[in-house]
Ligand binder design. Structure first.
Ligand SMILES: [Zn+2]
Length: 575
């Protein structure tokens, strides 16, 4: 089985992505993760481009790494300076890495219009740089920038450029589709030509501007490349680099190559999530192999079939990449979905049996109104419980009232010279000025009445309800509102259209999602809040069934730990 080297440039190319910024500590932690995952190389940065990258190379030397080789990245020497006198090359060497990756021009257009030198001089620049580095570093990787565009424009010159690097002793020539514009067939042809010209091992570095980065990398391997350069989740400049998660999974599961080993591959999803989390970006649900939806089934026919045999609608066993099958409850769904969910929630299927039709109808009716349970499984579980056992009766609402204020006249009593006077004053009201009052009946009919202020009406309502419940259920204090989303549901009726509110809550050990729908955003929020608090009380009171798997937090479909909380929108006055 041929082994393909994986060269990660998340820390360098990945950091050139819009909205991505990694701290020094993030970069160190990612390096350790990549190492543990079995990646061969990590490109740490470009010493000389910024102080943080220099600090990285210093700091990484103090970390214990098992196998990964750290590479410093830089450009060929400047025109008109000897390699030994080039300041940037000196900085590269001072990073003291076992590998240096150096990029140079291969496209005549760049040599003429960007460098503005003779084509032959570019060959000298490449040769001189690589030969000089090779005298000081164990391993020199030559990145042939724009190789495929160069090969298309002037194949003879592009080949001379990589030959210059090979002759100077480069250990590997990495051919780059820097602009991400080439097709798999072009990549294949160009690689064949390079292999006919030089003996040096080849690598591939693709960008994703035509959404072909994975295809281009795989065909390069089929045509003899032994190294793939890319980033975790494909983060990178413009549309990104090739996504190594997909590359590794395809190489190993579809093409029979070895990249990281079978056991490591099972941690692919975890690695993907880890990088998203540190980069502070929302994970892409639809990311192949590792995304939350990658093995999610919604259509009733699909659901019934995958339960008989998952291979009917799944291209691989999701466990191979650390993912898992999910079944979504939706208006497309029927009996099979409800039973699947009931099993997942640990509901007694025998007891449920007589109620399945009723539940399916109930879910369909609610979904018609705009409810969606895919991100609100706690609301669904509560409904299943209610259908079987009736209402939960933890508390009963008597009344709530919410007031939201801005910019009003207020009478102030002030003191002037020890004498009380009345002064009229206009106040631009402080934004944190909503308040809510809640009156409810406790478990034994006791009335509790509370009020609270908040930075918006929902926040005020949440605080007031929490205070009211605290008297009966002290553990309600553990509940935190983690995320709040409002979605206006389609309709022709302007402001009268319903909104759906999704709330994500947690108590330190578990996370759960709840939902509410109403034309009134406060009412929709109230429904989702009540479900959230009821779910907390319900789950704390419920004995865990033996052998029942630990509950997965919603939004985290399997195995790996829950993501760091990102509060996207706190309940505020704009809701
Ligand atoms: Zn790149």
């Amino acid at each position: 089985m041929r082994t393909i080297q994986i060269y990660d440039t998340t820390l360098r190319d990945g950091c050139q992505a819009e909205d991505i910024a990694l701290t020094l500590e993030d970069k160190l932690r990612i390096t350790e993760r990549l190492d543990a995952f079995g990646i061969d190389y990590a490109e740490g940065g470009w010493p000389g481009s910024n102080p943080r990258d220099e600090a990285y190379f210093k700091a990484i030397r103090t970390r214990t790494l098992t196998r990964i080789k750290i590479a410093a990245f830089g450009s060929t020497r400047r025109v008109g300076v000897r390699a030994s006198e080039d300041k940037n090359l000196d900085k590269l060497l001072r990073a003291e890495t076992p590998v240096v990756t150096i990029f140079g021009k291969s496209w005549d257009l760049h040599v003429r219009d960007d460098l503005r030198i003779a084509l032959s001089e570019n060959l000298e620049v490449i040769h001189d740089t690589v030969r000089y580095l090779k005298r000081h570093v164990d391993e020199v990787i030559y990145d042939a920038e724009h190789f495929f565009d160069g090969y298309r424009a002037n194949p003879a010159f592009a080949l001379e450029c990589v030959r210059a690097a090979a002759d100077a002793g480069a250990d590997l020539l990495c051919l780059c589709d820097t602009n991400g514009g080439r097709l798999p067939s072009e990549v294949a042809t160009a690689i064949d030509a390079v292999r006919a010209t030089v003996q040096t091992p080849l690598g591939i570095h693709c960008h994703n501007d035509s959404e072909l980065a994975v295809a281009n990398s795989l065909i390069a391997v089929e045509h003899g490349a032994v190294q793939v350069q890319g980033t975790i989740n494909g983060i990178g400049e413009r549309c990104g680099n090739v996504n190594l998660c997909s590359v590794i999974a395809n190489l190993q599961l579809k093409m029979g190559y070895r990249a990281v080993g079978t056991a490591k591959l099972r941690r692919l999803r975890e690695l993907s999530r880890f990088v998203d989390e540190l980069a502070n970006v929302e994970s892409n649900k639809r990311q192949p192999y590792v995304g939350q939806s990658a093995f999610a089934h919604k259509g009733g026919v699909h659901v019934a079939a995958v339960q008989r045999n998952p291979r009917t609608y799944e291209h691989i066993d999701p466990a191979l990449v650390g993912n898992q099958q999910r079944v979504l409850v939706s208006d497309l769904s029927g009996r099979a979905n409800i039973l699947y969910k009931a099993k997942q929630f640990g509901v007694d299927l025998e007891k449920l049996d007589g109620h399945v039709r009723q539940l399916v109808d109930e879910v369909k009716r609610l979904e018609h109104q705009g409810f969606q349970f895919e991100g609100a499984e706690a609301s669904l579980e509560l409904r299943m419980h209610r259908v079987q056992h009736g209402p939960l009766r933890y508390f009963e609402l008597v009344q709530f009232r919410v007031v939201d204020e801005k910019g009003y006249m207020r009478l102030l009593i002030g003191e002037q010279g020890g004498v009380s006077v009345r002064t009229d004053e206009r106040i631009e009201h402080d934004p944190a000025s909503a308040w809510a009052a809640v009156m409810l009946k406790g478990p034994n009919g006791e009335i509790e009445h509370t009020a609270a202020e908040g930075n918006g009406p929902v926040n005020a309502l949440d605080t007031a309800l929490r205070r009211a419940l605290r008297r009966f259920y002290p553990r309600i204090e553990e509940v935190r509102l983690l995320d709040y989303k409002v979605r206006v549901l389609g309709g022709d009726d302007g402001s009268a259209v319903p909104v759906r509110v999704l709330i994500e809550s947690g108590d330190g050990t578990e996370r759960w999602g709840t939902v509410g729908v109403s034309p009134n955003v406060i009412e929709a929020s109230w429904q989702a809040l009540v479900d959230s608090f009821e779910y907390k009380l319900y789950k704390d009171a419920k004995p865990r069934e033996r052998g029942r798997p630990a509950r997965k937090p919603p939004g985290s479909a399997g195995g790996p730990p829950a993501r760091r909380v990102r509060v996207q929108g706190r309940p505020g006055r704009t809701r």
